[in-house]
Every structure is written in structure tokens, then in C-alpha cells.
Design a protein. Structure first.
Length: 515
């Protein structure tokens, strides 16, 4: 093969090993080649949002945003040859084909969708100060509402407060004297609060005339001009009365407070108080007044002194009654309240009737209570504790509370009854009395008189334990089943069984009976 027919590789117009041919007059420094021309964007090329500034000739580094997630317009295939491309590989082609007619410009597309500002699941959202303030204001409102409801339930909807911000009722005299008995009461509306103290005048004072010192506060001040607010002091042959006329249509923010001290000399035949929302206390001296009647509401009655007379009547509501010293009545003693306790600390004695009653409150008798005829202790939803109850007829009744009597003595009837409360009684005497001791869903422990004669019936239910002990052996059992015993009890040598009966019954609990 001839030398002319030799094939020599040629890359980009120059033979292998040959220097590229240049035009005459153009000097090329191969050690420092000429920089490529600056980059010019081609037509229809989308403009990038962030172009590098260090290499202005480089193509854009970010892709165009078409505004549609998950879709890209169909690219036009490149059918041109790469022969005429520049020698640097990063340069874009000098021209692009004409886009098809259905090509959509990115500038005409809708803006890209924005992500929701809500936090992704599992990430706690931070609340601003406005939301936090609203939340705490709501909590404060709820707390205020609860407090107000409690006040309405406990105090009622009467006149409010102690009237400490009120002004003095100038029309009311500061004091007046009374002869013989004294009676104070309200007519029409109700007092918002008050306090009355009964003070005994001793013999050393040589005071034969009783005296009442008093004051009143009212609010608002314009209430003094109300014609319905007035008083009347009337002297009768057998005593003196003070009547306070209270308007019935007072505003709920209005208040009237009455305070008084009653000085009681010897020989006073009666004291009667009929008030509302007024606390009454009796001093610790002996009060020798035949008839004492005290009625109030929503305030306690505290009788700190001893008393001897004919009739004692104490009544209140939603407050306690406490008797501290010895009291004796030739007729009747009646003590009643509601939703509160009654406490008797020393001996209480009456001839005809003694009635002590409350609801939703306890009765506690720390000493002997005695009556010739009838004693009745009555409560509900609370317990009754009595140290010694002695009368011809004894009734101790409650519900949902226990009964505990350390010493019981009866002649005709001894009856204790409760529900859902334990009973523990010790009857000392009552050989021929009817006795009934009952409860439900609780245990009974009964100690009965050893000299009792009559019939007996004990029942604790078929699924509970019944314990019966007769130490002297007077009992004759007629029937005995599981949880049930009935029979007679008679002293040896006697032939006739008295027509009396003792019953001890409970359900769903054990019973223990002992003669």
C-alpha cells in the first residue's frame, strides 16, 4: 500500500499528533487557552430562580417549576447532530427546535400549590397569647359559676351578706325597757343576718325591769326612706313586744342586720323570739324563765346556761343546736333543726314529752335524758348516739345511719329502727316492755334485760349468722332455723307468759342477742 493511501485518524478536523491549523496572523497560547464565550440562554428556556454567580457561563442548576405536582410537559426530542457542538461539554446548544403548538409556557401556568399551614400529625402546635388568654378566662368564668351555685345552695336566695357595709338605722331606738315577758319577731320580709344574746341579770344587780339594747344596719342607705321598713314597740299587761316590719320586695343586694342584747331579770315569765338568719346565744348563767321559745333559720342556737321551767322550744334550720348545761322542764322540751346536728352535753329532763329531731344531721347525747312519759330521738341520713335514754316510751329512729345506746330503760315500749346502719343497744330495764330493734344491710348487737318475760323473735336471714345467749336459761325455743329463732321466756315457777314481745331483726348481716 502506498503512503498516500494510508488512513490517518482525524479528530475534529486535525490529524493525530498534529497541531490544529489556525489562520495566519492568529497566535494561540496553548498553555493559557482562551476562555469560552459567555453563556447565552436559548429561546424558550425557563429562567432559574437561583443562578450561580461564580460561573456566569454555566447552565442553570435548578429545574423549572411547572406548577403541577407529579407531571412534566412532554419534552421535544433532539434530532440534530452533535458535530457542531462546542468543545466544552457543559455548554448548551446554540439553538433549540421550535416547540410544538400545544406547548405551554411556564409563565402562563398557575402558581404552585402551597402546603397547608397546619402542623403535621404528632407535632404540637404552639398557641399564641390570645388563645391562651381566652382559655384561662373560660376557666375563671367556670370557677366563678361553681362558687356562685354553691352559695345559692348553702345560703339560699335571701338577702346577702352581714351588711357590714350598711349604715345605721337611725329611727330604731338604741334601747327600751320591758315589763314581765319579752317577745321579738319580724313581720313581712326576712332579716339578712343578726345576733341576739340573752343575758341574765343577777340578784345583786337589784334590777327588776328588763332591758333590750339593740342596733340595726341597712343597705342601701335609701332603704331608710322606705315606708315599709318600720318597727313597733308595744307594752301589754303581761309583757312587751318588738315587731320589725321588713319589706318583702327588697332588691337582692339589699340587706338588713339586727343585733340585740336582752337583759333578763328574775321573775320574767316568758321569752319568745321569732327571727330569720339570726344567731341566738344564751349566757352561761342559770335562766329561770318558765317558757322559752326561740325560732330562727340558717343560724345556730347555743344554750350555754342552765335552765329550769315549764316549756323549752328551740327550732332552727340549716344550723346546729347545742345545749351545754343541765335543763329541767315540768312539761315539754322540743328541739328541732334540719341539715345540721344536735348536741346535748348534760342531763336533760322533762315530765311529759321530750322530742329531739333533725334531718341530715347527727344527734349526740352525752349524758342522761329522762322523761316520765315519752322520749323520741329522730334523724335521717346520720347517726344517733345516746348515753342514757330513760322513759316509759322510748323511740329512736333514723335512716342510713347507725344507732348506739349505752343504757336504755323503758316501761311500755323500746323501739329503735334504722336502715343501712349498724345497731348497738344495751337495754338495762324493761321486764314487761315491748321491744323492737331493727335495721337492714347492717349488723345488730342487742343486750336485753335479764329479767325479761314474754315472747321473742330473732331473725338475721338465712345466709347470715345469728348468735343467741341466755345466761340464766329462762328461754324456751319453739322454732329454730338457720338465721331464725323464736320462743318464750319466763321465770321458773311462773305459769303465765306475759303478752309482750321482743323482736330483733336485720337483713344481709349478722345478729347477736344476749339476755
Amino acid at each position: 500500500m502506498s503512503e498516500s493511501s494510508h488512513i490517518q485518524p482525524n479528530f475534529f478536523g486535525s490529524g493525530y499528533g498534529e497541531q490544529p491549523k489556525k489562520k495566519s496572523g492568529d497566535w494561540v497560547d496553548f498553555n493559557n487557552p482562551t476562555a469560552p464565550p459567555p453563556y447565552s440562554p436559548v429561546p424558550h428556556e425557563p429562567t432559574g430562580s437561583s443562578r450561580p454567580t461564580t460561573h456566569p457561563s454555566a447552565p442553570p442548576l435548578d429545574l423549572p417549576n411547572y406548577g403541577y405536582y407529579g407531571s412534566v410537559p412532554y419534552p421535544t426530542p433532539n434530532t440534530t447532530s452533535d458535530v457542531n457542538q462546542p468543545t466544552w461539554p457543559w455548554a448548551a446548544p446554540p439553538s433549540m427546535p421550535v416547540p410544538p403548538s400545544n406547548y405551554i409556557s411556564p409563565s402562563s401556568l398557575p402558581p404552585p400549590l402551597q402546603l397547608s399551614s397546619s402542623s403535621p400529625p404528632g407535632v404540637k402546635k404552639h398557641k399564641n397569647w390570645c388563645e391562651i388568654s381566652v382559655k384561662y378566662l373560660f376557666y375563671v368564668f367556670c370557677l366563678f359559676l361553681v362558687i356562685r351555685m354553691v352559695e345559692l345552695l348553702t345560703r339560699g336566695t335571701g338577702y346577702g351578706g352581714s351588711c357590714a357595709h350598711g349604715v345605721e338605722w337611725s329611727d330604731l331606738p338604741p334601747e327600751f325597757n320591758y315589763n314581765k315577758g319579752i317577745k321579738i319577731r319580724t313581720v313581712g320580709g326576712h332579716l339578712s343576718s343578726g345576733q341576739i344574746k340573752i343575758q341574765t341579770i343577777g340578784a345583786e344587780d337589784l334590777e327588776k325591769t328588763g332591758k333590750v339594747r339593740m342596733s340595726a344596719l341597712i343597705f342601701p342607705p335609701r332603704l331608710a326612706k322606705n315606708s315599709d321598713l318600720s318597727f313597733a314597740i308595744t307594752h301589754f299587761t303581761n309583757g312587751t313586744s318588738l315587731e320589725l316590719y321588713i319589706p318583702q320586695d327588697l332588691d337582692r343586694n339589699a340587706c338588713i342586720t339586727f343585733n340585740a342584747v336582752i337583759y333578763v331579770p328574775e321573775g320574767t315569765p316568758y321569752i319568745e323570739l321569732d327571727m330569720q338568719n339570726t344567731r341566738v346565744s344564751v349566757s352561761d348563767e342559770t335562766l329561770s324563765v318558765p317558757v322559752v321559745g326561740i325560732t330562727t333559720t340558717n343560724a345556730p342556737i347555743e344554750f350555754h346556761g342552765a335552765w329550769e321551767g315549764e316549756a323549752l322550744l328551740l327550732s332552727t334550720k340549716n344550723a346546729i343546736i347545742e345545749l351545754t348545761k343541765y335543763m329541767s322542764s315540768s312539761q315539754v322540751i322540743m328541739i328541732t333543726t334540719t341539715n345540721a346536728a344536735i348536741r346535748v352535753r348534760q342531763t336533760l329532763q322533762a315530765y311529759d314529752t321530750m322530742y329531739i329531731s333533725t334531718t341530715n344531721g347527727a344527734i349526740d347525747v352525752d349524758d342522761l335524758i329522762y322523761c316520765d312519759r315519752l322520749i323520741e330521738l329522730r334523724s335521717s341520713n346520720s347517726h344517733i348516739n345516746a348515753y342514757n335514754v330513760t322513759a316509759s316510751i322510748v323511740r329512736v329512729l333514723t335512716s342510713n345511719g347507725r344507732i348506739n345506746i349505752d343504757h336504755g330503760n323503758a316501761v311500755e315500749l323500746f323501739n329503735t329502727q334504722t336502715t343501712n346502719g349498724q345497731v348497738n343497744v344495751h337495754v338495762d330495764t324493761g321486764a314487761y316492755a315491748e321491744m323492737s330493734i331493727r335495721t337492714s344491710n347492717a349488723e345488730i348487737t342487742a343486750s336485753l334485760p335479764s329479767d325479761y318475760e314474754g315472747h321473742f323473735l330473732f331473725d338475721a336471714g338465712t345466709h347470715n349468722k345469728l348468735t343467741f345467749i341466755d345466761e340464766i336459761g329462762w328461754s324456751q325455743i319453739d322454732s329454730m332455723n338457720k338465721g331464725h329463732i323464736s320462743g318464750r321466756r319466763i321465770e321458773p315457777g311462773h305459769t303465765d307468759v306475759p303478752n309482750t314481745r321482743v323482736q330483733v331483726q336485720t337483713t344481709n348481716a349478722n345478729a347477736h342477742i344476749h339476755f
